[in-house]
Design a protein around this ligand. Structure first.
Ligand SMILES: C[S@@+](CC[C@H](N)C(=O)[O-])C[C@H]1O[C@@H](n2cnc3c(N)ncnc32)[C@H](O)[C@@H]1O
Length: 279
């Protein structure tokens, strides 16, 4: 997979640092792109975003036309960024998430605000919902570009000038690295109350409603083939429970039946209780 970092001139210093960290070639805004590039990471005044090149070229135009004919034009999105301030997550913070709040029931968030480790953070959407409800969440993300997008989203959440957003950001901690390694070496007193897992699930057929950003993720991250190893590790580490997010009709992770399930339209939360949570 070939990725380049394109930057706006105002962001040159940050772009150089990021390119060095991620070991990516740098491209200024007026340089043209070679054909064999798969993803373009873009750094500008709006922060960091990732564009899948195959979708921004002719294929995207064709796709957009096809979607336009079906009245779906505005659903085609090719850029992915981590945005905790606007859009869906803002709506969820201000007005609640309806059935989406199943995640809070599954993780046992009530008066007691558990400490949570999210071993598969991705773009941090689930962690953000948990932190909004008052939990302290430590996130692990091993894909360096995804971790950079997440760090950028957190930075904007921290520095937007809104007190509530700042308080949420202060409950979110990010580690770039493989949780399988990081969590194995954890001392007993560092164990979290709850461990949360949401590994990638193999891409579904064309007819299924796979969210655009999820399809994109599949291309970038792959299918987390070692995901089954996370569950025994999580069960040996968490104090009170482990929660696994799955597509609704998927088999349980590592074929281990959960003690309890919360089912939504397309998603399921499998709960593996270890000890009664304080209420
Ligand atoms: C489906 S996404 C998670 C989406 C996330 N729950 C959200 O709300 O944005 C899965 C992510 O877990 C990461 N991942 C999988 N196994 C991991 C591991 N052992 N350590 C750290 N990150 C891992 C992948 O790189 C991917 O970004």
């Amino acid at each position: 997979m070939r990725v380049v970092l394109r930057f706006d001139q105002d962001c040159l210093a940050n772009a150089k640092e990021l390119a060095q960290t991620l070991q990516l070639p740098l491209l200024s805004s007026d340089q043209s792109l070679s054909e064999n590039v798969d993803f373009e990471l873009r750094l500008g005044a709006e922060g960091l975003s990732l564009r899948e090149q195959s979708l921004s070229s002719e294929a995207a135009v064709a796709k957009t036309r096809k979607a336009a004919r079906r009245g779906l034009k505005d659903k085609i999105k090719v850029d992915v960024r981590c945005d905790f301030i606007n859009g869906e997550l803002r709506h969820r913070r201000l007005y609640g998430g309806g059935k989406n709040q199943m995640i809070l029931k599954a993780t046992g968030l009530n008066k007691h605000k558990p400490s949570i480790m999210d071993l598969t953070a991705g773009l941090g959407r689930d962690s953000y919902v948990l932190a909004t409800a008052g939990a302290k969440v430590t996130m692990f993300e091993r894909q360096p570009i995804v971790a950079a997008l997440l760090a950028d989203g957190l930075q904007r959440l921290r520095s937007g000038g809104d007190e509530q957003e700042l308080a949420i950001a202060q409950r979110l901690f990010l580690h770039q690295g493989d949780s399988l390694t990081c969590v194995s070496g954890l001392a007993e007193q560092e164990a979290p109350d709850v461990i949360y897992l949401d590994p990638m699930f193999p891409e579904r057929g064309k007819t299924a409603k796979v969210k655009k950003s999820m399809a994109f993720f599949h291309h970038l991250v792959g299918s987390d083939d070692d995901a089954a190893a996370l569950l025994p590790l999580a069960l040996a580490t968490a104090r009170y429970r482990v929660v696994v997010k799955r597509p609704r009709h998927a088999p349980p992770l590592a074929d281990m039946e959960p003690g309890l399930c919360f089912e939504g339209k397309s998603t399921r939360f499998d709960v593996y209780p270890l000890k009664k949570m304080p209420s």
